[in-house]
Structure formats: C-alpha cells, structure tokens
Design a protein around this ligand. Structure first.
Ligand SMILES: NC(=O)c1ccc[n+]([C@@H]2O[C@H](COP(=O)([O-])OP(=O)(O)OC[C@H]3O[C@@H](n4cnc5c(N)ncnc54)[C@H](OP(=O)(O)O)[C@@H]3O)[C@@H](O)[C@H]2O)c1
Length: 333
C-alpha cells in the first residue's frame, strides 16, 4: 500500500528519484561518466519504446551508442531522430536477431572487429508471444528472445567489458531489463526443459518465467564477476508499466476494463527509460552488483528470484544448452 502510494505520488526514494523522474533528469548530474573519451554502450531493442528513449538520452549525454537490430531500417529511423536533436551523436547500427544463436555470434564478432571498448551492455529487447512460437534454434520464442539470447550475448561480450574496465579504470555495467511480472512465475512450473519446449503454453506464464530467469541470471553472474574481481557489475531493472508496443501486447494478460484503468497509470517512455539510464550512469550505483531496481531505486524482488540455488541450477542448465548448441553448430558447418 505504502509502495503504491509512493508510485502514484512519484515520491522520491533514497536515490533522490522516483516513479515520475525522466531519463534526462536522472542523468543530468552524471554525464561526467562519459568523459574524457566517450563510453560505449550497446542497447538491444532500441528500435522503439524504452530502448529508443534510452539510446536518445545516452547519446545526449555523450555516449557512443551501438544499436543492434533485426530491422536496420527501423534502427536507421531512430538514428536519424537522434541526429536531428544531436548531430554529433555517434550511433552505430549492426544486425542482430536475438532469436538466433548464429545471428548473436555474428553480431558479436562484427562488434568486436570494430576494435571499440565496451563499457555498458543494456539487455533491453523483449518479446511477449500470445501464442506458442519457436525461435530459429527451436526454443519457445519468449524465453529464447528475452533470456537465452541475452544470456549468450552477455557471455560472449563479458570478456570485452572486463578488458575495457581494466584499461580505462571505469566500472563496466551490464543492465538486464526484467519486469515486476517476474513475481507471477511459480516455482513448480519453473522447469528448464518445459520452458524450452512447453506442452501447455501460456503467454503470460512464459513472459513471467523469462523475466524471472533474467533476474536469476543477473544474481549468478554478479557473484561470478565479484569472484573474478572484475570491475564490471550487473543489475536488473523493472522499468515500470510503460506505454509501448509490448504494453499493448500484454493487454492479453488482463481484462479490457482493468487495462483501461491501468493505462491511466502508465509511465511515459521518458519515465520508463529512467531506471535503466540511472543504473547505467549514476555514480551512486558504483560497485552495486546483483540488485533489482525499480523507479530508480533498489527494490525487493520475489522470494524465487532471490533463491541462489535456483540461480545456480539455471546457469548450469543454460550453459550446457549453449555449449551443446554451439558445438553442434561447429560440427554441422
Ligand atoms: N512496456 C512495459 O510496460 C514494460 C514493463 C516491464 C518490462 N518491460 C520490458 O522493457 C523492455 C523494452 O520493452 P518496450 O516496452 O520498450 O517494448 P517495445 O517497444 O515493444 O520494444 C521491444 C524491442 O525489442 C526488440 N526485439 C524484439 N524481439 C527481438 C529480437 N528477436 N531480436 C532483436 N530485437 C528484438 C524490438 O525490435 P523490433 O523493432 O525488431 O521489433 C524492439 O526494439 C522489454 O524487455 C520489456 O519486456 C516493459
């Protein structure tokens, strides 16, 4: 109740920001993190919604922004809009489809061949499938896009981030976009093989499970980075309920009347991108690792999302899958 009132009134939390702070407001003081040479950020899903606003604001703060996209025309439109506002912005477009392990590997080798540093990785792209669909690698599409694809992307790019942080002395940050809906996932239904290939598909459940998997991944990766003394952190973010393409897809979860009431409480994209931008740039987040943020403040997540053994199990199963998949790809070449 107290949290709901805080949200509705936009009352600031300990960070000094709250539910109605915008991405521009939360990054005003911390643009120094992008000097003297520009930080480089990769933002997935920046062709629309929260990702496009995140790209605009980070570019405005002087960052070099890489936009990987499956539709380069849409990405080009975002780039043009950023250039209209900020002609100096450095925006790089590369092809990436998170539904395909081959595409992810190709994107990473193209990015790495540019010889750029990598300071920030924002795993923002997201999908909600009402009906059962499969990725190129034949895994359920929502889980494949939101979780598996970003897992592989992060796995390949983490070394580059550790190397960059070592060279620059500036903390690298990975930001994984989850959702408050993660708490709807049930322990008894959170089974790796059924999530890859569900028998009784439910779109809302698949979305919630993918968002829970993202938090568990965040927590396990945070521990591993810490154990390596890597100067790279990873945190998860709930952007709030934001008026974007995915929010209208999510209409399927609730009745029209509830959606009508909820739509009055939706955040704008400027507000929806604020937590991501805050966690990417704020000096107050220095050294903060493995946490969950909402409305620009650390926030509690579900009991299941805090379960360390569940996080370890999921990590192990995902790595085994990736290795078998990638070995298979090599032998069939
Ligand atoms: N909006 C909300 O209320 C809300 C609430 C909680 C969490 N979130 C999360 O916030 C993130 C951003 O969502 P949004 O609201 O901004 O939604 P959106 O406007 O629908 O944007 C989704 C983005 O993901 C990209 N994408 C989808 N599938 C992809 C794939 N296979 N490969 C590469 N990119 C792909 C889309 O690219 P295309 O142009 O190719 O389609 C688009 O750029 C998502 O992770 C979402 O789950 C949103």
């Amino acid at each position: 109740m107290k949290e709901t009132l805080r949200y509705l009134a936009g009352i600031a939390g300990p960070s000094g920001f709250g539910s109605n702070s915008t991405a521009e407001q939360v990054t005003e003081e911390d643009c120094s993190r992008s000097k003297p040479s520009p930080l480089t950020a990769i933002i997935t899903g920046a062709t629309s919604g929260i990702g496009a606003e995140t790209a605009r604001v980070l570019a405005k703060r002087g960052l070099r922004v890489v936009i990987p996209a499956r539709d380069l025309k849409r990405a080009g439109e975002v780039k043009d809009r950023i250039h209209q506002e900020n002609p100096q912005a450095e925006i790089i477009l590369l092809k990436l489809d998170l539904n395909s392990f081959a595409s992810i590997k190709k994107f990473c080798s193209e990015f790495l061949s540019l010889g750029l540093p990598l300071d920030i990785l924002i795993n923002n792209a997201g999908k909600y499938c009402i009906n059962l669909e499969f990725s190129e690698d034949r895994y359920e599409m929502t889980f494949a896009t939101n979780y598996l694809g970003h897992f592989l992307l992060t796995e390949i790019l983490t070394e580059k981030m550790i190397e960059t942080a070592k060279e620059t002395g500036i903390e690298g940050r990975i930001i994984n976009i989850s959702s408050g809906v993660h708490s709807w996932a049930r322990r008894e239904r959170f089974k790796f093989n059924s999530m890859l290939n569900p028998k009784n598909y439910n779109g809302t459940e698949a979305y919630a499970q993918s968002k829970l998997a993202i938090i568990l991944h965040t927590k396990e990766l945070a521990k591993q980075l810490e154990a390596r003394n890597a100067r790279v952190t990873v945190n998860a973010v709930h952007p709030g309920v934001v008026n974007t393409g995915i929010a209208s897809d999510l209409k399927g979860m609730i009745s029209d009347s509830i959606y009508f009431i909820a739509s009055k409480l939706l955040k704008s994209t400027a507000q929806g991108a604020s937590t991501t931008c805050y966690v990417s740039l704020s000096s107050k987040v220095n050294g903060v690792n493995g946490k969950y943020f909402a409305d620009c403040n650390e926030s509690p997540c579900s009991v299941l999302a805090n379960d360390e053994s569940e996080a370890q199990k999921l990590w192990k199963q995902t790595q085994e899958l990736m290795h078998s998949q990638l070995t298979l790809a090599k032998t069939t070449k």
